[in-house]
Design a protein around this ligand. Structure first.
Ligand SMILES: C[S@@+](CC[C@H](N)C(=O)[O-])C[C@H]1O[C@@H](n2cnc3c(N)ncnc32)[C@H](O)[C@@H]1O
Length: 378
């Protein structure tokens, strides 16, 4: 039942300014026709040498900014500043329970209060600056994994934060492997107050069994499910948000093709190896000016990386996706650090965009796997 917004926000204000009761709070999303200054704000109590404080981490989707505000007037004014922003969701965890508030289209508050406290996150203020999900999160204890993997996944979450606008709907992680990203995405979205469901797909049955057992252990098996099957045709409900982190070679094309067929709103794919186009380049006649480069295996491979992802981005645009190709993490954490980031809604392609793609394919004499999977006709 919706409630008036102001009293609900006053309840949140009291919880945020309670140094003893507050565990953690997150504001995210936006109200109808309004954009907050930040994509996300996270608040938690921290202990500093100078005494207790409310830590406020605001993020524009790329870089978080951290402030520690002493309890009293500084904390109150930081909280009031955030409450004035038109965030669409507040998620507040206190010693007494959890409060989730969503602002409806009519500007009312849809509030869900539960007595059970979600697993409290440690108040490690020094780590919060660097990580979107706290490395002390119990999730990581259960999942294990290297520091480099955590860094990669955290960076991927940042890219998600800057791409997915509000509720991610059903999220599907294609080629999920040991499901690091799958669980992290679930944690990230639920921390923002969304009732997210996530499905991980991997061809390996042993991964499905292991990941399902982990979901049960983490108490989220009703919302995080795993399916053994191929990316192209595993039985999975339509996804609104598609993720693919290092799906091998043309498995990335399969993930993109599945997303296009689903008409998924947001697609984030960090490709792995690019053997398919590299092999085609070896056989085909490259443009004369490039033939010397293509004869060198290492240069051919690097060229294939660029060409493959360029063709993928161009094809996504032809299917109505606004697409960019970015580095999502520093190369010292993984050399496979390129990310294709796409959002549906770019409209029909122009004749020039169609011609550019056709010319690229003709000039290099290659047949992109993604085009085959989508039956794209030039
Ligand atoms: C390099 S691992 C990456 C796993 C995970 N996304 C990560 O970043 O940790 C690639 C995973 O994709 C799976 N895979 C490869 N091709 C696949 C396909 N066509 N269908 C389903 N899974 C596939 C593999 O079994 C493997 O677990």
């Amino acid at each position: 039942m919706p409630e008036p917004l102001d009293p609900a926000l006053a309840e949140i204000r009291a919880a945020l300014l309670d140094p003893v009761g507050l565990r953690r709070a997150v504001a995210a999303g936006h109200r109808r026709d309004a954009r907050p200054r930040w994509v996300r704000a996270e608040l938690r109590p921290v202990s500093l040498k100078a005494g207790g404080a409310l830590q406020v981490v605001t993020s524009d989707g790329v870089r978080p900014a951290t402030r520690n505000c002493a309890w009293g007037e500084p904390a109150a004014s930081a909280v009031d500043e955030l409450l004035r922003e038109p965030f669409g969701n507040w998620h507040v965890e206190t010693a007494a329970g959890t409060l989730q508030l969503r602002v409806t289209r009519k500007g009312e508050a849809q509030v869900h209060r539960s007595a059970a406290v979600a697993a409290p996150l440690p108040a490690a203020h020094d780590r919060a600056r660097e990580h979107l999900l706290d490395p002390g999160d119990p999730l990581f204890t259960v999942l294990g994994g290297s520091a480099a993997k955590r860094r990669q996944v955290d960076a991927f979450l940042r890219a998600i934060a800057s791409t997915v606008d509000g509720d991610p709907g059903h999220v599907v992680d294609l080629g999920c492997g040991n499901a690091y990203l799958t669980f992290a995405a679930y944690r990230y979205f639920t921390a923002q107050g969304f009732q997210t469901t996530v499905t991980g797909v991997d061809v390996r049955e042993d991964q499905r069994a292991r990941n399902t057992a982990l979901a049960q252990q983490l108490g989220c098996a009703d919302r995080v499910r795993f399916v053994a099957g191929t990316i192209l045709d595993a039985p999975v409900p339509q996804a609104d948000t598609v993720l693919a982190l290092h799906a091998c070679d043309t498995a990335t094309d399969e993930a993109l093709a599945r997303a296009v067929r689903w008409e998924s709103t947001s697609v984030l794919a960090a490709p792995c190896c690019h053997h398919d186009i590299a092999a085609q380049l070896k056989r085909s006649a490259a443009p004369l000016a490039y033939q010397m480069i293509v004869r060198q295996p290492i240069l051919r491979e690097r060229l294939a990386d660029v060409l493959t992802d360029g063709l993928r981005a161009a094809l996504l645009r032809l299917y109505g996706y606004q697409t960019d190709v970015v580095e999502f993490v520093e190369s010292r954490h993984t050399p496979r650090n390129v990310l294709l980031r796409a959002r549906l809604g770019a409209g029909a392609p122009t004749a020039a965009q169609q011609e550019q793609y056709a010319e690229l394919v003709r000039a290099w004499g290659v047949a992109p796997r993604l085009a085959q999977l989508l039956d794209y006709c030039m």
